[in-house]
Design a protein. Structure first.
Length: 722
């Protein structure tokens, strides 16, 4: 809740910086029925700015949708599509409330000149927070259209039915008027006499129906346009001089040889040194001829010593949750467990690297950027170029994966600077090495847990006596205890993924379900350790220490689908369980593994994931997201970690940084649990949080070896077994 209040305040402060006038907005959109969301006063429909002003509403607003004279509905949102599927699910929500066919909805996303301000697309916030507002806008528009239809047909509104983009008299479908007819030539400025009401689940015709993603055909046929596909006559490709390590300072540079490359344009402004050319290979050739000398910082830490360093520089912990009396709990415990869990730095490694294409036209610049935060990029570009924000436009085409890593906009700033300096359209597309080097890695982190089981735990009914939890540098997402523990405390050292200045040797940032992967791995491993000592089946131990019915629900659903047979671990069945809560959703994962005891290699054979995410907008899309979480989770669990010394990064491509391969893929079975929650929750991240814990517990069940560090590489597994 703290985070939500912060975002609300942030929204009000930043939205105030974008006072796009209604007249300008309506001029850009043309005719039709425009539905505006007025920040202080709710929804109102309008086609004429002057008529709006006569109503006394303030100038700032967020526009959501337009019903065109052809009956097409355009939805404008600052959210972006990066593979999570909201281009489909948001259209479903709007189509549902407007009573139009899904095919009639056109999504306009991530264009800072056309769309309302948005903080960015991350945190599984879109469906949870933007979706309800969009549904309300659709319901309001439908109500306004019913009023207009009542006037047009000279009938009371309660005798009218809206369906498939038209309004007709109940029992007389021939007496009708279409939305297109109502929109044509209308100048509408009115508020409803009563509040519009969104539909109930029993009335849904589009929401909850499995739908194929709207971007699927474009993407599988290669027709989809990304930032790197934007082309202009005279476009220059830029290759930029990079330091050999983070923290390095440029001392001297010699561009004489590069200047002699035919057709090359060499630009130097401060620390920005770039070679530009019509041919990207020629630009690279010119870059290689630039001679540069850097002052390298002292390398104080590496991937082996980073954890000791982080504990030394960690700030005092902030208590995130507590209850009972820890001292009393420790006294009552029959068995006490003290464990430390580690995770290494992990890269985002999206299929599409950071890319941007920038074009100056007179005094305005437009940047097509692969970004999760188009309005953030707009602000950063304006600040860097010393331009007014209204002179900067950012357009976000399809984004080829973000996972939190594309909330940083360095490539967009670079392209904009070079376009302004050169006077030509410029494209900056990071190489894979640049993508790794400049990534905002998931931070290395430590979790320390002291816990105990009550006297009746050993060989009996099982009970957690106390829980003392400390997490360093990951953050508090997923750290709070949801098991039934009478005496507990959770402390967070370093409140988010960035850490204090000097804590990390390079940039860190959010990585799909930030902090929760780390916290769930540690918590669910510790729970398994206690279950084994208590002589209980790990699933039974969890259920007996839970009062949360929704967590119990996903555990039981996963167990039923898996065909779970109770046994004390290690049982040799090679199966492990983990559960958690993320983005308002509840999830349980059971993984079955095969461990090669000679090499330490692990093959995950089967994964069952049960997820309770409230109202499911698109079940087909939700299943795809869970499957994607399972696949991506294999990487952080088994292979992904950055090797480095100081600011020098050693993993700059997939030859050394190993992500999951097709040959790794287990059989994946997804259960969407219907908890009758009428509100939608996050679906793009929850399942990934359990993968580390479920696989670690499965390895223990198969071998008796307990792993305390992610990733669980063959070398670490062999050492644990030894």
């Amino acid at each position: 809740m703290k985070q939500d209040r912060y975002f609300d305040q942030e929204f009000e402060e930043i939205a105030a910086r974008y006072p796009l006038s209604r007249r300008e907005f309506l001029k850009r959109l043309g005719g039709g029925v425009i539905v505006l969301w007025l920040a202080p006063g709710g929804l109102v429909s309008s086609l004429e700015a002057q008529e709006q002003r006569t109503l006394g509403y303030p100038a700032d607003f967020n526009a959501y949708l337009r019903i065109g004279e052809d009956g097409r509905v355009s939805c404008f949102t600052g959210k972006i599509e990066m593979g999570q599927g909201i281009v489909t699910s948001l259209a479903q929500e709007l189509a549902e409330e407007l009573d139009v066919p899904l095919e009639a909805i056109a999504m306009v996303m991530g264009d800072t000149d056309l769309c309302p301000w948005d903080r960015g697309t991350w945190g599984s916030l879109t469906t949870r927070f933007f979706g309800p507002a969009l549904r309300a806008a659709g319901a309001e528009a439908r109500a306004v259209l019913l009023e207009l239809a009542a006037e047009h047909l000279s009938l009371p509104k309660d005798r009218l039915i809206a369906k498939d983009g038209a309004v007709f008299e109940e029992g007389k479908p021939g007496n009708r008027v279409t939305y297109a007819q109502l929109a044509k030539g209308q100048k509408i400025a009115r508020q409803l006499k009563e509040e519009a009401i969104v539909k109930k689940a029993a009335d849904f015709k589009v929401i909850g129906r499995p739908v194929t993603r709207r971007d699927a055909l474009e993407k599988v046929t290669g027709k989809a346009k990304y930032a790197g596909d934007i082309q202009f006559p005279g476009l220059l490709y830029a290759r930029i001089l990079r330091p050999p390590a983070h923290g390095a300072k440029l001392l001297r540079v010699d561009t004489a040889a590069a200047q002699r490359v035919e057709g090359a344009l060499i630009i130097q402004e401060g620390d920005l040194v770039a070679a530009l050319h019509r041919d990207p290979e020629a630009a690279e050739n010119a870059l290689q001829k630039i001679k540069a000398e850097f002052d390298l910082p002292t390398a104080n830490v590496d991937d082996k010593t980073i954890f000791d360093h982080l504990l030394k520089v960690a700030p005092e912990g902030e208590v995130a949750a507590e209850g009972g009396d820890l001292a009393a709990g420790q006294k009552s415990a029959a068995e006490t467990f003290e464990c430390t869990y580690l995770n290494s730095y992990v890269a985002h490694a999206p299929l599409e690297p950071h890319t941007a294409t920038a074009k100056m036209e007179e005094d305005k610049i437009t940047v097509w950027a692969s970004t999760q935060s188009p309005f953030g990029a707009k602000d950063e570009i304006a600040r860097e170029l010393g331009m007014a924000a209204e002179k900067v436009r950012v357009i976000t085409p399809w984004v080829g994966g973000g996972f939190g890593g594309k909330s940083r906009n360095q490539q967009a700033i670079e392209a904009a600077r070079l376009a302004k300096l050169s006077g030509k359209p410029v494209q900056v597309a990071w190489t894979r090495a640049e993508e790794f080097f400049y990534d905002t890695f998931r931070p290395a982190a430590i979790v320390k847990i002291r816990s105990g089981i009550s006297p009746n735990g050993a060989g009996g009914s099982g009970g957690i006596a106390f829980w003392d939890y400390r997490v360093y540098f990951a953050g508090d997402r997923g750290a709070q205890q949801f098991y039934d523990v009478p005496h507990h405390r959770t402390a967070v050292h370093g409140s988010n993924w960035r850490g204090a200045p000097g804590s990390h040797p390079f940039a860190t940032g959010p990585w799909r379900a930030p902090a929760n992967n780390t916290n769930t791995f540690a918590r669910e491993s510790q729970i398994d350790i206690m279950a084994a000592k208590a002589g209980m089946d790990p699933l039974e131990f969890r259920l007996k220490n839970l009062k949360n019915e929704r967590v119990q629900g996903v555990l039981k659903a996963a167990a039923e689908k898996f065909g779970w047979k109770p046994a004390k671990s290690p049982s040799g069945r090679s199966a492990g369980v983990a559960c958690g809560i993320d983005a308002g959703a509840y999830v349980a994962v059971i993984a079955e593994v095969e461990v090669n005891k000679s090499s330490g290699e692990v093959q995950v054979k089967r994964v069952v994931a049960a997820q309770d995410m409230g109202l499911v907008i698109n079940p087909r899309g939700a299943i795809i997201q869970v499957e994607g979480c399972v696949m991506m989770g294999l990487g952080y669990a088994l292979s992904e970690e950055m090797h480095f010394k100081g600011g020098e990064i050693f993993d700059l491509n997939f030859d050394s940084y190993e992500i999951p391969r097709f040959s790794w893929m287990p059989k994946i079975e997804v259960v969407l649990v219907d908890s009758k929650d009428p509100d939608p929750q996050g679906g793009g991240e929850p399942a990934i949080i359990c993968m580390g814990g479920a696989i670690a517990n499965a390895i223990f069940d198969a071998t008796g070896a307990r792993l305390f560090q992610l990733p669980m590489t063959p070398e670490r597994i062999k050492k644990a077994m030894g």
